[in-house]
Design a protein around this ligand. Structure first.
Ligand code: ZN
Length: 279
C-alpha cells in the first residue's frame, strides 16, 4: 500500500518527465475512479493544457496545469490519489515507460488495458496513466487537502511535538491520523516506533519531550531511507513483522497485536509497554 515514500517516487517521476507536455486527449471514462466528475468533464477541463508542477502532501498529490493558449490564468489542479495499489506510468515520446508509486511485482500479468484507470495523452505521442488494478485510486479536479495535517517530511520538531503528544490515544494511532501528520501508514509507523524504541500502545500524553524528539528523528530517518531505497518495504524491521520474527537490533522476539485498529509488530524487549509507563 503506497505510503509517503511511494507517492513521493510517483511525484518525482511526474516532475521529471511529465511537465511541459501538451495534453491532447484524456481518458476519464472510469466513473468510479473519477467520481464525482462525469465522463468528459476532466477531458474538457484538461485538454490543451500542460502540467506545470507536481505537489504532494502526505499521500495526496496534485498537479498544476497551464492556461489555454496564451491565457495567463492557470487551469485547475489535477488531484491524483494512488489508493491501495496505484502506480503512475509515464511514457516518453519514443514509447519508453517509467513507473512510480506502489511497489510493482504483485500485479497479475499480462496487464489489462482497463487497469489504466485514467490517462493523459500528450501531443508528443507519450502519456501519463494511473495504473490501478484494485481501482481504489482517485482522480479529482481541485482536490481539498485542507483536512490534512502537515506533511511528515516537512513537519518541524516543534510542530511534531505539539501534534503528537496531546490526548491519551495510542501513539501509533496518532501517527496514522492523517489530519495530524500526513503520509504515515501502517508500515512506516511500525518502523519509526521501532527505531525510536517507543511501545506502539503508549498513550501520547505519556511521551516526554525526549521521547517525542526521538520519535521525530526516527520518523525522518525512516522516511529518508525508504525514499532512497525504493519504498517502505525496505525498512530494516519490516521483514521481521511475522510469526517467529526476531528484532534485527537486539534479537528478541517480535510480538504482534492490534493498535489503532491496525496489525502491529514490535520488539518484546526494547518496546515493552512498561518501559515508558509509570515513570
Ligand atoms: Zn529489539
Amino acid at each position: 500500500m503506497p505510503e509517503l515514500p511511494e507517492v513521493e517516487t510517483a511525484r518525482r517521476l511526474i516532475a521529471d518527465q511529465a511537465l511541459g507536455r501538451r495534453i491532447t486527449a484524456v481518458d476519464d471514462t472510469d466513473t468510479f475512479v473519477c467520481r464525482p466528475h462525469s465522463p468528459g468533464e476532466l477531458r474538457d477541463a484538461l485538454t490543451g493544457r500542460m502540467l506545470t508542477a507536481a505537489h504532494r502532501r502526505g499521500k495526496a498529490m496534485w498537479l498544476e496545469t497551464s492556461g489555454l493558449g496564451r491565457a495567463a490564468v492557470p487551469g485547475p489542479d489535477l488531484g491524483i490519489h494512488l489508493g491501495m495499489s496505484g502506480r503512475i506510468v509515464v511514457t516518453s515520446q519514443d514509447g519508453r515507460s517509467a513507473e512510480g508509486g506502489d511497489r510493482p511485482g504483485r500485479d497479475a500479468q499480462p496487464r489489462k488495458a482497463e487497469w489504466d484507470r485514467f490517462t493523459l495523452k500528450f501531443a508528443d505521442g507519450g502519456s501519463l496513466a494511473l495504473f490501478d488494478k484494485r481501482r481504489l485510486g482517485r482522480i479529482q479536479l481541485n482536490p481539498d487537502i485542507g483536512a490534512l495535517g502537515p506533511d511528515a517530511e516537512q513537519v518541524t520538531p516543534a510542530e511534531f511535538r505539539a501534534l503528537i503528544t496531546k490526548g491519551t490515544i495510542a501513539v501509533k494511532a496518532r501517527l496514522l491520523d492523517q489530519s495530524k501528520i500526513a503520509g504515515v501508514g501502517n508500515l512506516l509507523a511500525d518502523q519509526a516506533l521501532w527505531r525510536a524504541k517507543v511501545p506502539p500502545a503508549t498513550p501520547v500524553n505519556r511521551l516526554q519531550r525526549k521521547d517525542a524528539d526521538r520519535l521525530y528523528r526516527a520518523l525522518r530517518s525512516t522516511l529518508a531511507s525508504a525514499i532512497a531505497n525504493g519504498g517502505v518495504h525496505t525498512g530494516d524491521v519490516i521483514a521481521a513483522r511475522r510469526p517467529g520474527g526476531t528484532c534485527p537490533r537486539c534479537g528478541a522476539e517480535m510480538v504482534h497485536g492490534t493498535v489503532g485498529g491496525r496489525s502491529t509488530w514490535w520488539c518484546s524487549r526494547e518496546q515493552a509497554a512498561w518501559l515508558l509507563a509509570d515513570r
